[in-house]
Design a protein around this ligand. Structure first.
Ligand code: NAD
Ligand code: UDP
Length: 319
């Protein structure tokens, strides 16, 4: 198949491009490099199965661009307001690519009879009042808070895909991605990369709030397999949670990173919990297990080890 990956120069998108090419597909990567990095796809530039187009995913495609599927991953993804690549620092870009962008890409897919996959997020559940989160939980989300530009744009993006799919014409599905980590993560303020970077420099782990909030961390290779399973086996109009259901407090994450790296780092309580920061998050993946035959295989410890090795060996020509 010929598959368009928007956001293909980003963390998840570049791993998706790799896997699709490994599976003998052809990939057209569309990315405006807003938060991504050419380094993530440099190794693919000479592949006959890979094409990079530096463009905004919200723009219309040339009429002669033909393809069989779109995976729409383009969007800023970090909530950390102190980081220039976060969605709080890029509010209009974030709203645009998840709303107009999704609408436009659904139209482009529909016009070619192509499949569509939208990368949504566990953030659509907000600060959840149900735990763990199932796909039918409707969420506890602010329309105006600091995370709203992302959460509500993703929710509207889901509504757009649903409308195109329910009209019976678009073969479109939605994946709700829970916190994912691994090699090629940008240092964009997300907790795993912040803590691993801190440990590798023996600096304190910067904890927000009291560190008892929870997250469930999925290693990137597992997540990519989930995306491909959703594209291949997922049903049109359906939503699938993709994430690792092993849940950890942020303090437990710090402890694990410390043990794995033998760092002398200590926890530092640097600020209050940010407004609307979810107090707990854990996916119920029964639907993905049953319908997609997918579940994660990599434990947090194994995944963190791989990330540490990557960070210790990688050359960063862009720094
Ligand atoms: P990332 O920032 O590494 O990648 C996003 C990519 O999209 C970047 O390469 C960026 O340049 C590109 N992009 C942004 N706006 C664009 C536009 N208008 N046109 C073209 N390209 C554009 O982030 P990521 O972690 O790889 O996230 C990828 C997707 O997965 C996002 O949609 C994000 O919301 C979703 N997601 C990620 C996680 C996670 O834990 N990584 C969790 C939930 C959802
Ligand atoms: N967090 C933290 N220190 C950091 C970055 C994040 O304690 O340097 C906390 C953050 O408040 C949140 C959790 O870690 O409760 C996960 O944050 P992240 O930015 O990775 O993504 P989120 O899951 O909130 O989208």
């Amino acid at each position: 198949m010929r598959i368009v990956v928007t956001g293909g120069a980003g963390f998840l998108g570049s791993h998706l491009c790799d896997k699709l090419i490994e599976l003998d597909h052809q990939v057209i990567c569309i990315d405006n490099l807003l938060t991504g990095n050419p380094f993530n796809i440099a190794h693919l530039q000479n592949s006959p199965d890979f094409e990079f187009v530096q463009a905004d995913a919200s723009d219309s495609f040339p009429q002669d661009l033909d393809f069989d599927a779109i995976c729409h991953l383009a969007s800023p993804a970090s909530p950390n307001k102190n980081n220039p690549k976060s969605y709080q620092a890029l509010p209009f870009e974030t709203m645009q690519v998840n709303s107009f962008g999704t609408w436009n890409l659904c139209s482009e897919a529909l016009a070619r009879g192509a499949k569509f996959l939208f990368a949504s997020t566990s953030e659509v559940y907000g600060d959840p009042l149900e735990h763990p989160q199932k796909e039918d939980y409707k969420g506890n989300v602010s329309t105006t808070g600091p995370r709203a530009v992302y959460d509500e744009a993703k929710r509207f993006g889901e509504t757009i895909v649903s409308a195109f799919a329910y009209s019976g014409r678009l073969d479109g599905r939605i994946v709700r991605i829970f916190n994912t980590y691994g090699p090629r993560m940008d240092s964009d303020g997300r907790v795993v990369i912040e803590f691993v970077n801190a440990a590798l420099q023996n600096k304190p782990f910067p904890v927000f709030g009291d560190g008892t909030q929870t997250r469930s961390f999925c290693f990137v290779s597992d997540l990519i397999e989930g995306i491909i399973a959703a594209m291949e086996k997922g049903h049109s109009g359906e939503v699938y949670n993709l994430g690792n259901p092993d849940e950890f407090t942020i303090l437990e994450l710090a402890e694990k990173v410390k043990q794995l790296t033998n760092a002398s780092s200590v926890v530092s309580f640097v600020q209050d919990m940010p407004q609307d920061d979810p107090t707990r998050r854990c996916p119920d993946i029964t639907k993905a297990r049953t319908i997609l035959g997918w579940e994660p295989k990599v434990s947090l410890e194994e995944g963190l080890k791989k990330l540490v090795v990557y960070l210790q060996t990688i050359e960063k020509p862009w720094v």
